[in-house]
Structure formats: C-alpha cells, structure tokens
Design a protein around this ligand. Sequence first.
Ligand code: SF4
Length: 149
Amino acid sequence: MYIVSACLLGANCKYNGGSNDNEAVKDFCEGHMIMTVCPETEGGLEAPRPPAEQQGEKVVDREGKDLTAEFRSGAEICLRKVLDSGEEPEIAILKANSPSCGSCFIYDGTFTGTLTEGDGVFTKLIKARGIKVLTEKDIVKTKVKELKK
Ligand code: SF4
C-alpha cells in the first residue's frame, strides 16, 4: 500500500482551497493500493485557511495563531488510520515542503518562502515507523531516470 497526500491526487484540501494535483504521482500510483491522507483536514482545519509553517516545536499560521494541537492530532489520526488498515505500507508519497507532509525540507517559519532542513509533523510519525517517504519531486526524478534507461 502507498500512503499518498490527498492534495497530490487532486483533493482540494490545500490551504488556499486548491490542490497539488500531480500527474506523475498519479501515474506512479497506478495499479497500487493507495491510502490518501490529509493530516490538516483530519486535524479539523478547513480549506481555505491561512498558510501555516513550523516555528521550532510549534506550528503557527501567518496570522500568528498557534495550530500545533491541530497539526499533531491530525497527524496522529492519519497514522492511526494507516496502522488500523491492516495493510503493509510500502512507501509514503507526501507533498514536499508542507508543515505536515514535507520530507527533509520544510518552510522555515518566516513566511518568506525560505526552506530549512526538517520534516512535516505527519512525516516525522511515518518515518519513525520506518516507512520510506518520497515527495512528488522524487517521483519526477524517478520517472526521468526510467526514461533514460
Ligand atoms: S496536509 Fe498534506 S495532504 Fe493535506 S493539504 Fe497539506 S500537504 Fe496536502
């Protein structure tokens, strides 16, 4: 089973009310069992909403509202769904740079579009379970490598 950020498959759960619909991810997932997750939706956040970023141990939105509890509870709900599914997660394909779903690099909390090293709140839980995490950027690279073979 692949765990996939819902916004990458077209769900309009992104902070601005849109999606991050990604054809390469859809192609990559074709023929595989998938479980879509949106930790921020599960945490009770509606779309559209102000963008949020991690600031140290907290998550705050651009208006300064502390959303740490919502982000953590949403991440835990999504992890529970994965564990309760009874399926073996092979990999997770999660939205790059998101404060929930980002892997290796996330926005730095200054709301200036600046990246820093770090994982999203949900990604940390997934990695702690030993599940490999890719982003949509890795999928594009993977497909290019395949095309070069
Ligand atoms: S929490 Fe993850 S799945 Fe939900 S909109 Fe943000 S990046 Fe997409």
